[in-house]
Design a protein around this ligand. Structure first.
Ligand SMILES: *Cc1c(COP(=O)(O)O)cnc(C)c1O
Length: 406
């Protein structure tokens, strides 16, 4: 189970376990699993897809997984016959139990399990504007692993868990998400710390890839189209990689084209959109519809990155305004009867746009990734523990001074 070799996408060279980069170029690494066919295991949550996750064991308490269901309400509103929703949030009535309400709950468990198996006692370092930090905080609290979070001060209100917080050090960064990333980079190269790796982390990507796996199992085939709101675009890479494995598996209609990626960004902070369309980027805007969708340096041009994923799938990228996203969220919430985060509303707006532009037709099989939702629903069921910052810093020197004292 979960046996694999790591290969550079660019030249196919095999690299040592846990590598994050390739020796010759900027290529991503990809896991090549020993099991060519996906055998569903009788295990909780995403661990049922363990054949295609880079782990040997599981975190038993991490029990959530994507839930794929056929839409009635939104499908009717949009005039689609085969709209499937991958709900990645908290909605117990549908079997969706993501403890921090976003699909980052698919990335954190395999990453933390991989680190447990590596067993070098290091602290994982994560920089995040919110959802990633919350997901990792939850898992680290379950396993007792050490975690060091860098979070912009503005995002502190999003730092909570529904379980008592574990060995988490929370550094509040006086600055934005980019400042938090840069500070984390300074710290994670030091002894005793491990970088989480972002798009380079195969555990994150293959964790997110379970969205496509669950859909394929539910449908008995891969979908024609995949819609997702992106910041870094890592979810798009993951969906593509999962569909390549499913094609190789041979049981999910391998003769079909790969699912077409439809990636949605929120303009004006939409570097993937402008780069793909060959447009001059608009100036950065401080306020965003959902700042989890912003990434200044998306993994676009390296081998195996977002551009390759779009090319291989005949993909599309959409630029969505706040206004379009707002209306799409209302439409989704009224027609599907669950609250969603702002980010996935951007994907819903892209779906509307693709219908208007006739990029998809009404009978095709569409998979809409709702990357986060059910926050209101979760608050009804669970008291939350707010994570308190251990220190607030404005430079990496201050951060290191604090960590060395401790
Ligand atoms: C992180 C996140 C995204 C964007 O994910 P990518 O890494 O760009 O694929 C979308 N929606 C939500 C809710 C997120 O937390």
């Amino acid at each position: 189970m979960g046996e694999y070799r790591l290969r550079c996408v660019s030249d196919g060279s095999v690299q040592p376990p846990y590598s994050l980069s390739c020796p010759r170029d900027s290529s991503l690494l990809r896991a090549e699993y020993k099991s060519r066919q996906l055998e569903i295991k009788e295990l909780p949550g995403i661990w049922r897809f363990m054949d295609w996750l880079p782990v040997k064991g599981i975190i038993e308490e991490a029990t959530c997984r994507p839930v794929t269901y056929r839409s009635r309400g939104l499908a009717k509103e949009l005039g689609l016959e085969n709209l499937y929703i991958s709900f990645n949030g908290y909605w117990p009535e549908k079997g969706a139990g993501m403890p921090t309400c976003s699909f980052k709950d698919l990335e954190a468990p395999p990453t933390m399990q991989m680190l447990l198996e590596r067993d070098d006692g290091s602290s994982l370092v994560v920089a995040s504007a919110g959802n990633t930090a919350r997901a990792f905080a939850h898992i680290a609290s379950l396993t007792g692993q050490k975690l060091l979070l860098f979070v912009p001060e503005k995002a502190l209100e999003r730092m909570w868990t529904i379980v008592p917080p574990g060995r988490i050090t929370l550094i509040a960064v006086k600055g934005d998400y980019l400042d938090a990333i840069q500070m984390a980079e300074r710290v994670q190269s030091r002894e005793g710390y491990t970088p989480e790796g972002g798009a380079r982390n195969i555990a994150r990507r293959d964790g997110m890839g379970t969205v496509m796996l669950d859909a394929a199992i539910t449908l008995g085939r891969t979908p024609d189209h995949y819609f997702q709101a992106v910041g870094s675009g890592t979810g798009g890479i993951s969906a593509w990689e999962a569909s390549l494995r499913l094609r190789d598996d041979g049981r999910f209609r391998p003769e079909l084209p790969l699912p077409r990626l439809h990636l949605a960004q929120n303009i004006p902070n939409a570097p993937i959109y402008y780069a793909w369309k060959g447009l001059e980027p608009e100036p950065y805007q401080e306020e965003m519809f959902d700042d989890v969708l912003f990434n200044r340096k998306p993994p676009l041009d390296m081998p195996g990155g977002v551009r390759d994923a779009l090319k291989a799938t005949n993909g599309m990228v959409y630029g969505i305004t706040d206004r379009e996203a707002n209306r799409a969220r209302d439409l989704f919430e009224q027609s599907e009867e669950i609250d969603i985060l702002n980010a996935p509303a951007v994907a819903v707006a892209a779906l509307q746009k693709s219908i208007e532009e006739k990029s998809i037709s009404s009978e095709e099989i569409v998979l809409l990734n709702i990357t986060g939702g059910g926050m209101l629903r979760l608050k009804e069921d669970h008291p939350r523990h707010m994570l308190q910052p251990d220190v607030a810093v404005s430079s990496w020197e201050d951060a290191i001074a604090f960590l060395e004292e401790g």
